[in-house]
Design a protein around this ligand. Structure first.
Ligand SMILES: Cc1cc2nc3c(=O)[nH]c(=O)nc-3n(C[C@H](O)[C@H](O)[C@H](O)COP(=O)(O)OP(=O)(O)OC[C@H]3O[C@@H](n4cnc5c(N)ncnc54)[C@H](O)[C@@H]3O)c2cc1C
Length: 460
């Protein structure tokens, strides 16, 4: 893009248009995952929906590539394209809570922590991910699961409407009543259908919750996973607990004697009555006493931000995901093997429960195609040192390949890695893929928005 085109864009838009010669360029193209090093021709920091409409028109009319940035947390860096234009929604970070209707409107660049903070003042929250620095945009459009999922469902199950700028630059609101086909597709279909400038969510009563962490040595993983797979699906929906393998970080609340040890365990979150929570979080029936067990009542936003410091931006990340309806003995053997080969201190495997309230929504009510799954798994290779990029990628890919035969076939779209291919995207959407392709053909027939896990527009 030449200087004249950049100047034209600057004249047309209200927010800053940042090009390679500008001092803010390095910061503007830096995203959470430092493994991604792309050089867009421009980053447009959109001030409002009008800017998004203007930017979409400009990019389309000049035949340029487009990407949309919410919180910049995508593992494969889908919010940046080389030589293209990033529509950066990060200036559109705002939340308006209506305590009477128990709803919140949020801007398209809002982060989870913004919404958690605003809702908490009213004792309200909506389910989302487990790290406050994640963008509500990408997370919601992919589905969204976290500590409240067994109680209140996926993030998309709490989405009431979305304001969307379409590929032709027009602005629509999608909800159950308006553009219901688009609304269906937005709930799980990723960033395929347009730039969402605002979301409206249902909020639910959530105030102080009880957080728990139970850890066992990694060599007990087989017996612990066998217990966990039976225990959690039968537990009350107030109890969420994601399973993890990890190297224990050197800091509180962990005692020094387990720092640096490879362990497995469960991160619990209890949303029910607080006194009962302390009992519920005792790992009742577990095969052995945990080596570490911690519980504490905490304001919900504190739980949501407890991994922020550990998982700070600027590290190398490579991840892969998979859905599971069961944790088979064979899968457990795979976990046992790869727990012993964790390549770096921060690399981890998580199994997030997506049963309970997430099973209340019908299998075809949203684009999310795995209402029959009980867990959404992610294998994340993570390290601050770029020299370890190959090692973390190799561990993640080999672990994921070994688990694949024991999974349901597809993966949560937000946990797909770089270049997994079209077959994998189709496996993720199962028989919803064709319906998504039809909606894509209606709203984006030229596949203008393709910096995403791409659904190709139907041709018939
Ligand atoms: C540390 C960490 C923890 C995570 N934990 C969880 C978790 O607990 N639960 C969970 O469900 N997921 C989790 N995720 C995955 C997360 O949902 C995805 O990375 C998601 O893509 C992040 O969205 P974003 O807006 O920050 O990303 P971006 O990189 O900005 O965008 C990702 C994709 O979404 C599109 N997009 C973003 N915003 C918009 C918008 N407003 N309109 C249109 N398209 C948009 C982009 O174009 C791109 O294709 C986690 C990720 C990280 C890095």
């Amino acid at each position: 893009m030449d200087g004249t085109t950049l100047e034209e864009m600057r004249t047309a838009l209200r927010g800053p248009v940042i090009g390679p010669q500008d001092p803010q360029y390095t910061q503007a193209r830096t995203i959470y995952n430092a493994m991604i090093d792309r050089r867009p021709a421009a980053v447009v920091a959109c001030a409002d929906a009008a800017d998004v409409m203007g930017a979409v028109d400009f990019v389309r009319d000049h035949g340029l590539e487009i990407a949309v940035r919410g919180g910049g947390h995508s593992g494969p860096g889908l919010c940046l394209v080389d030589d293209g234009v990033t529509i950066d929604l990060s200036p559109m970070r705002w939340v308006r809570v209506d305590p009477d209707t128990r709803t919140a409107q949020v801007g398209g660049g809002t982060l989870l922590g913004d919404l958690d903070h605003a809702g908490h003042a009213f004792g309200l929250a909506t389910p989302a991910g487990i790290q406050s620095t994640t963008g509500i945009g990408g997370l919601t459009l992919g589905g969204g699961h976290g500590h409240l999922t067994r109680k209140y469902g996926l993030t998309i199950d709490n989405l009431l409407s979305a304001d969307v700028v379409l590929a032709d630059g027009s602005f629509v609101t999608a909800s159950q009543k308006e553009h219901p086909d688009l609304f269906w597709a937005l709930r799980g279909g990723g960033g395929n259908f347009g730039a969402v400038t605002a979301f409206t969510f249902q909020l639910n009563p959530v105030d102080t919750v009880v957080l728990g962490i139970s850890l066992w040595p990694a060599d007990r993983i087989q017996e612990v996973l066998r217990w966990y797979r039976e225990f959690l699906p039968g537990a009350p929906e107030d109890l969420n607990g994601f399973f993890a393998t990890l190297v224990v970080p050197p800091g509180p609340p962990f005692p020094e004697e387990i720092h640096g040890h490879t362990m497995c365990g469960v991160v619990w979150c209890w949303t029910g009555d607080q006194e009962r929570g302390q009992d519920m979080l005792a790992p009742t029936g577990a095969p052995t006493e945990p080596a570490f067990h911690f519980t504490a009542p905490m304001p919900y936003p504190m739980v949501q931000s407890m991994f922020d410091e550990l998982m700070a931006p600027g590290m190398q990340w490579y991840w892969r995901g998979a859905f599971f309806d069961q944790i088979s003995d064979d899968a457990i053997d795979v976990h046992a093997h790869f727990a012993q080969t964790i390549p770096t201190g921060l690399s981890t495997m998580h199994l997030y429960p997506i049963d309970g309230a997430a099973h209340q929504t019908g299998p075809d009510d949203t684009a999310w195609a795995y209402r029959d799954a009980t867990w959404s798994g992610v294998i994340a290779g993570i390290d601050p040192d770029p020299a370890n990029a190959d090692a973390i990628k190799q561990w993640s890919v080999e672990y994921s390949d070994a688990l694949r035969p024991h999974s349901m076939g597809g993966a949560y779209v937000n946990f797909m890695g770089t270049g997994e291919g079209q077959d994998r995207i189709q496996a993720t959407y199962r028989d919803h893929y064709q319906r998504l392709a039809q909606v894509k053909a209606t709203y984006d027939p030229d596949n203008f928005f393709h910096a995403n896990q791409n659904v190709h527009p139907a041709t018939t």
